[in-house]
Write a protein that binds this ligand. Sequence first.
Ligand SMILES: Cc1ncc(COP(=O)(O)O)c(C=O)c1O
Length: 358
Amino acid sequence: MQLTIEPLPDADQPVRLPEPLIFGRTFTRRMFTQKYSPERGWHDATIGPYRPFVLDPATLVFHYGQEIFEGTKAYRRPDGNVNLFRTIENARRFNRSAERLCMPPVDPEEHLEAITELVRLEHEWIPSQDGAALYIRPTMIAADVALGLTASQTYLHFIILSPVGPYFAAGLKPVAVFISEDYVRAVRGGTGDVKVGGNYAASLYVTEQVKALGYQQVLWLDAIERRYVEEVGAMNIAFVVEGSHIITPALTGSILPGITRDSVLKLAPDLGYTVSEERIDVYQLLDDIEAGKVTEAFGMGTAAVIAPVGKLGTKTREVIVNNFEAGPVARRLYQALTDIQYGRAEDPYGWTYVIKVR
Ligand SMILES: Cc1ncc(COP(=O)(O)O)c(C=O)c1O
């Protein structure tokens, strides 16, 4: 990839991070952009100043939502260098999303190179607090100017960076999760197993409604029987049976295959837990929580890593999990995963990629 690096006009200005850092509100001073056309393929790969796009109102992405994105993070290591965590998996998922929306694939190695260069240039934006990181948001949008409903011929691929504070500033704090019985997020054969903006737009309605009821997240059920657990807003979900067996919904085709989920499935057996991917009946699950058989519930995703669930509720029932406290399995997984991500522990899985900045 021929990468042009444009000068930054205010490069000598010191980096100042706002306090507190609200997720996704602060962006670094540079961004990566690349264009696609059928004649030239991917071209004009550039790292330049972060700036708004000027787009025609008829640009396809505004009308039919042909858009995909990813989310990964860069972590500051104790030696001052920077870790990426399984970012090549994000690049592969980006391409699966692209294929599903008729968009051209990126070269995963070149995409990783773009991220690496951008993070290397912007590494001073990685906050130094414990648990903080630099969130990386690759995106691709349809760029043709036309209203006909057809796949775009031209595309824009860009990557922006946002410093983020610790998700749990005061230790792992459980979230309250509402079980959506009336609305669904995704159906098998739809786009639930890829990362497209439309999935998230469709999930807002319930999420906004249940905020007023004191819930922070929504648990989605399968769209056909409205009975089997799928996932939470932007996290996969797992449950602990009798203290040591971790179960998570099997990937059905309408669940996003999370990289954190996959990491938990690989790491947990090495910590002495058993794991299985299953079809989980939500009503049986609620009974099992009340009976003390299911001892913990937690979400898994890049943003929070592990997010303990303290309450699960429907319109007619509320079930408290583990006294609304983070349980031992969630804590241990959080510690083990973040130790690898931040380079505090050995990485026997080959998940981390070091960017040398020191
Ligand atoms: C719908 C959904 N499920 C699960 C996840 C967790 O995926 P990952 O662990 O790759 O961040 C995400 C976040 O990307 C998501 O948006």
